[in-house]
Design a binder for this molecule. Structure first.
Ligand code: GTP
Ligand code: IMP
Ligand code: MG
Length: 340
């Protein structure tokens, strides 16, 4: 049994939501643990004809046999968590949720400071979700932790202990990262980044699992790139070009229009290296190559698409094991049996 980490390869919104839902559905993890910054994330999940937007709940929630956990490194806004419990009632999310007592808590004041800060809101283009000010208070050691919040008492669990015991018992643990490599506070396009490192090593630390316990790191890329907020974007195309190619996108959390660009091989190589990627999942291939929409067999992909995938593989040295050709879970080419 394995412990896997899923990470975003670029500036977030790579379609991690769909990949996690697909991987958790087929791999049936016993624990799905959320890592990453906090409710600044927005993951989209489409399942059985319904669409869900998530900010804290692990995207693997549709696999109802799994325990859902939020690791100590993740910032929790209890209001966001409780509203997701309501929206996801039919999946028993509330009953399966475990929150580490050491998670730091986002309050109204953090959101107000985020939204009213000229530097964060205007210059960086933050999501306004309070994550930056909360992580700053955490470093100053003035923030409340989940163990101090009575409303969270029934969910409090030592997530690190639970994950490590599960791994030792031969169970499957799936760690969900959020954001993306190029938003990392250390390795991203500083200062136009988020308030924490967003690479695989930090995601392992977020849930309290040591590096020797990790078997797979799945790096997710979209076939093109998107970025919300300010900052450098070497392969950016004009909005007109994005429209002509049918690639415009809008953010899940903020509703902002995303900037769009071409796939960046140099970024992909660096992202695979620093994340220690063992697999690549490539999403939205159908949006770049419409003739591949809903294709489920690698042999049916067009010559250009195959060439693109092979180039990614040879440049990064990492096998492209999952190819997503549409929003539905069925629109997936899964080469893990052939390539691993
Ligand atoms: P993460 O932040 O990485 O989780 O990405 P996201 O889930 O936030 O991505 P986004 O909000 O941009 O949503 C992606 C949308 O595209 C969702 O509606 C998905 O269902 C859909 N989607 C995911 N993979 C594919 C794909 O391969 N092809 C197409 N056409 N749509 C996809
Ligand atoms: P913050 O994390 O809200 O402070 O925002 C800092 C930068 O990271 C801004 O450019 C945001 O748009 C970006 N960002 C943070 N989280 C995500 C995400 O999940 N997807 C895409 N961009 C994000
Ligand atoms: Mg997103």
């Amino acid at each position: 049994m394995t412990c896997s980490i899923l990470v975003g390869g670029a500036w977030g919104d790579e379609g991690k939501g769909k990949c996690i839902t697909y991987l958790c559905d087929s791999d049936k993890p016993d624990i799905i643990a959320r890592a990453g910054v906090g409710p600044n994330a927005g993951h989209s999940v489409e399942f059985n004809g319904e669409k869900y937007g998530l900010r804290l709940t692990p995207s693997g929630f549709v696999h109802t046999g799994a325990k859902l956990m939020i690791g100590a490194g993740v910032l929790v806004n209890p209001d966001v968590l409780f509203s997701e419990f309501e929206n996801l009632k039919k999946y028993n999310v509330k009953e399966r949720m475990c929150v580490d007592p050491r998670c730091a808590i986002i309050k109204e004041d953090h959101m107000n400071r985020d939204k009213s800060s000229q530097h964060l809101a205007k210059k960086i283009g933050s999501t306004g979700s309070g994550c930056g000010p909360a992580n700053s208070d955490r470093v100053m050691r003035t923030i409340d932790l989940a163990r101090d919040i009575p409303e969270l008492e029934e969910y409090i669990t030592d997530v690190s202990l639970a994950c490590n015991e599960a791994i030792d018992n031969g169970e499957e643990v799936f760690i969900e990262g959020s954001q993306g490599f190029a938003l990392s506070l250390y390795y991203g396009t500083y200062p136009f980044v988020t308030s924490k490192d967003t690479t695989a090593s930090t995601f392992a630390a977020d849930v309290g699992v040591g590096p020797t316990k990790i078997d797979e790191v799945i790096n997710v890329f979209k076939a093109y790139i998107s970025r919300v907020g300010e900052g450098p974007f070497p392969t950016e195309m004009t909005q007109k070009e994005a429209e002509e190619k049918g690639l415009e996108e809008y953010g899940v959390v903020t509703g902002r229009r995303r900037r769009i660009g071409y796939f960046d091989m140099e970024l992909a190589k660096e992202s695979c290296r620093i994340n220690g990627a063992t697999q690549i999942a490539l999403t939205c291939v159908d949006r770049l190559y419409p003739d591949c929409a809903r294709t489920q067999d690698f042999n049916d992909l067009s010559v250009d698409t195959k060439k693109f995938i092979e180039e990614i593989q040879s440049e990064t040295g990492v096998p492209v094991t999952i190819i997503s050709t549409g929003p539905d879970l069925k629109d997936t080419i899964d080469l893990r049996n052939e390539l691993l």
